[in-house]
Ligand binder design. Sequence first.
Ligand code: SF4
Length: 152
Amino acid sequence: MKKLAKSPWMLHYDASSCNGCDIEVLACTTPKYDIERFGIINTGDPFQADILLITGGVNSQCEGVVRQLYEQMPNPKVVVAVGICACTGGVFKDCYNIKGGIDTVIPVDVYVPGCAARPQAIIDGVVKALEILEDKRSHYTEEKEEEKKEEG
Ligand code: SF4
């Protein structure tokens, strides 16, 4: 993993999960798995977040919230779908109110399968997301510099 330019802040949202995957996300923040060793800070504020970690599929009630959280996060940002429900809708995908996985509403960068997703797999997914985030940051800076040159 590359050295990060800035500590990434992570927002966790439970879209419609059974809470199985949420417990595993919580386990990642305990000293046993210690996701903070990568410099990650867990936040409840979408305006400060770089990584959106979502569990559960999208249903008609949470669809607007998922979209809003994503739009509130500053660019560049990455989304990690945790668990098979977040990836595809999982065991709930044929329910009348389920739209499907998170990517039916917002773009997803990393898919972490499993039911429930294991803490090791979640951490692996977040590390992949950090690499994607660094890549997006470098392109984002280049794009901003080009925009400035064109403006002035
Ligand atoms: S993937 Fe399994 S544990 Fe996770 S939210 Fe879906 S049903 Fe629950």
